[in-house]
Design a protein around this ligand. Sequence first.
Ligand code: 4AD
Ligand code: MG
Length: 477
Amino acid sequence: MKSTSYGTDICVKGWVRSKRGGKGIFFIAMNDGSTVRNIQIVGDEANFPEETLKRITTGACLSVVGKLVESPAAGQASEVQATAIEILGDCDNTYPIQKKGATLEYLRTVAHMRPRSNTFGAILRIRHNMAMAIHTYFHEHGYFYFHTPLITASDCEGAGNMFQVTTKNLYDLKKDEQGKIIYDDDFFGQQTSLTVSGQLEGELGATALGAIYTFGPTFRAENSNTPRHLAEFWMIEPEIAFMDQEELMDLEEDFIKYCVRWALEKCSDDIQFINDNKFITPNHDLIDRLKGVLEGSFVRLTYTEGIEILQQAIAAGHKFEFPCQWGDDLASEHERYLVEQHFKRPVIMTDYPSAIKSFYMKQNAPAPDAPAPSTVGYHGIVAPGPTMQGTDVLFPQIGEIIGGSVREENYDKLMGEINQRGMETDKLWWYLDTRKYGSCPHAGFGLGFERLILFVTGMQNIRDVIPFPRTPKNAEF
Ligand code: 4AD
Ligand code: MG
């Protein structure tokens, strides 16, 4: 809390960050979590029982009464001249985060306490502020916050990496003659999972309310132990009726820039703290990187053009671990090459091969006959195979931060894609009804909240931007 009522008696409560002293005077750096800035408590040792002074250890919780005065010390506006100190909670030397400069890896093993560290306090305050930015942006632009279910019977992304939800006795599973589990007697009477995306229900919202967004937990059982994947993450998914591909890209860019601007304006203390921390930001360039994103437009380029650039890089001697022929799913090394080395700016990549994208994306006309405008890239290169109107945003340090697309609104085309992929339609009948009853062009995207926080904080590992990360073999705390 901030106060400039100098000369008045105040009471401050918080946790001791450090205590030092000399010549009969003690100084306590105390923090209540509201800001990265500590309040300094000054006192005369002679005025306090020795027993109390001994109990003022790093991590202890105190309530201090004293006079708020302007501080003579550099780097802080005020301090409190203590007249009474009450120890609310003692803290002995087994306190796991008492040492300065603890590594991020170590702090992950004490995730129950790490919010009390300066770094995590800063990250968690930034995380809160980003959530507020997101709600404010959409609210001010006429979107409705639409709540989609976390438990679902359908698989939006079709990738099959879902966590099952069941109340069945796993020691005694009923199976039919083919050995398939019978779900009739399960809680929902059918097989259910935790959602991988709220999009399908979001489309129901958009085709009723015009423009909606979701913002909630999302679950993926992909066994990818990378610094950018969580099994439980938060996703923001706007969905908008009557929006085309160019408008969708405008929205993606405007929205991300709004969030970054918000962080710079509303979290300046915390961002400055991270920027100045040589362990997290060795080049002290976080603020520059954030400002850099605000300058100029994101590059827009088709997947086909991206492949062309990557192939040229390979021809010039650049080595990638994974292949990148037309038709391959781009790996994060490819995305980052384009963003960090080639363009040095965020990239919105469009018009992906159908085979590597989801069934619901709007299909471009096949290239060989009549090239639709969007199969011809921004630089005139025509895709050699069928493409879809995906629009992913690729970011420096992160790779893919947004996955989005225009949706296929034509019932027959959508059904054609579903059948070609051999997908079951019995669980999607309600989704298909949007294409039967007053179908409309629409588009949307999903932003991984933690990937946004990774960018805004400059942290390297996604486990360090969510209070309690869920990753393979890790669900403690
Ligand atoms: O690209 P994805 O899979 O797209 C969808 O789920 C669409 N249904 C979204 C939509 O169009 N409404 O995921 C969207 C974003 C990714 O770009 C990434 O930022 C994030 O979600 N993401 C993850 N973040 C953390 N951990 C994971 N395992 C993630 N998987 C995706
Ligand atoms: Mg994606």
